[in-house]
Design a protein around this ligand. Structure first.
Ligand SMILES: *Cc1c(COP(=O)(O)O)cnc(C)c1O
Length: 359
């Protein structure tokens, strides 16, 4: 039986991405070589990399002044690389979850960090509002989707200073307004490809401004100037990313995908709000993520948590256990998650409630 894959990351990929990549691992574009053993400087692979970058620009409608590069090191390396390249004096950071707080820790090594707002005291159950962002900050940093806590900022902030965003778990889920961004980064393993590659979108005119020297590999300029080929890039994940991007184009692009995502999320949140056994963990409904849906057993039903986990797993659901810092359940419903799988989870919640409430 094909599983309903709700893992938070690495996570579900489209069948198209998996099949195309599997084929290329056996025989890459008729070369008689595996994708895993071909030179990254071969003309066939350079074409893959160029096409993937071009398709990202096309799908997200990225303005000319930005460049797209593929890096290693995961999103976590960007927590240090961003301030290394952009933090001269001080920066404002939004403390909206574990990933943001890890980024704050790294940034403190490079300059003064002002916390523009924090929901830590409430276990990150909402996105802080009324942010304090000084006009002379080098940049404002935030994480657009808090994968662990299931909160998301649905609009691109306009704080009056350049913006840096960790979009690891919601990139390609909606259109983006690039006007205020200096840098957007995303680990690939949620909405794009297997783990191993990080997508970086950087505004070229913002580079080369900090006074400190930057090691070659940690300098965005190096990778922009060498079009992601300064050193060996993660060849297989980039190929898989291209397949996902082609599939996104086929689906109709960002507006169409955003619409499907909102529909899937609404279906599941509706069940959480109406099923007496469950309740959502995000305290501000407008901050609910359309990618990671967090919920727990409602009051009086807490003891049923393990039983529901088992019940759902018997129905083919995988990966719905919540992160240990929140508990309960988390259903990650990334772009590749079919509506039918969300419906299957909803049906499972309904039948479990019937089982438990009938006298
Ligand atoms: C998964 C995730 C990360 C960490 O990514 P790595 O590639 O493992 O370093 C960072 N930020 C967010 C929002 C994530 O979802």
């Amino acid at each position: 039986m094909k599983k309903h894959n709700f893992y938070a990351g690495p996570s579900i990929l489209s069948e198209y991405t998996i099949r195309q990549t599997a084929d290329a691992i056996i025989n890459f574009e008729g070369t008689g070589l595996s994708l895993m053993e071909i030179s990254h400087r071969s003309k066939q692979f350079v074409a893959v990399c160029d096409q993937a970058r071009a398709l990202i620009k096309e799908l997200l409608q990225i303005p000319e002044e930005f460049e797209v590069v593929f890096l290693g090191g995961g999103a976590s390396l960007q927590f240090a690389m961003a301030p290394y390249n952009f933090l001269e004096n001080k920066a404002a950071y939004l403390d909206s979850g574990s990933w943001a707080s890890k980024a704050i820790k790294e940034a403190k090594m490079f300059g003064e960090v002002l916390v523009a707002g924090s929901s830590k005291a409430d276990n990150y159950s909402y996105i802080p509002k009324n942010l304090e962002i000084p006009a002379d900050a080098d940049y404002f940093y935030y994480c657009s989707n808090n994968t662990i806590f299931g909160t998301e900022m649905h609009e691109d902030p306009k704080p009056g200073v350049p913006v840096i965003a960790d979009m690891s778990s919601d990139i390609f889920s909606r259109p983006i307004d690039f006007s205020n961004y200096s840098l957007i980064f995303a680990g690939a393993q949620k909405n794009l490809a297997p783990s191993g590659v990080t997508l970086v979108i950087v505004r070229k005119s913002m580079l080369g401004k900090v006074s400190r020297p930057i090691p070659t590999m940690l300098n965005y300029k190096t990778h922009v100037e060498n079009e992601s080929m300064f050193n060996t890039p993660p060849v297989v994940p980039i190929y898989a990313a291209l397949q996902t991007l082609l599939w996104y184009k086929e689906l109709g692009g960002m507006e169409a995908i955003h619409k499907m995502n909102k529909q899937k999320a609404a279906l599941l949140y509706d069940e959480i709000d109406n099923n007496p056994l469950f309740k959502g963990t995000v305290t501000c409904k407008e901050d609910r993520s359309i990618m990671n849906v967090c919920f727990v057993m409602a009051e009086g039903y807490e003891a049923l948590e393990d039983e529901f986990n088992k019940y759902a797993s018997e129905a083919g659901m995988v990966g719905i256990k919540g992160h240990r810092s929140v508990g309960g359940f988390r259903a990650s419903i990334y772009n590749a998650m079919p509506l039918a799988s969300v419906q299957a989870l909803v049906d499972t919640m309904k039948s479990f409630a019937q089982l438990k409430t009938k006298k």
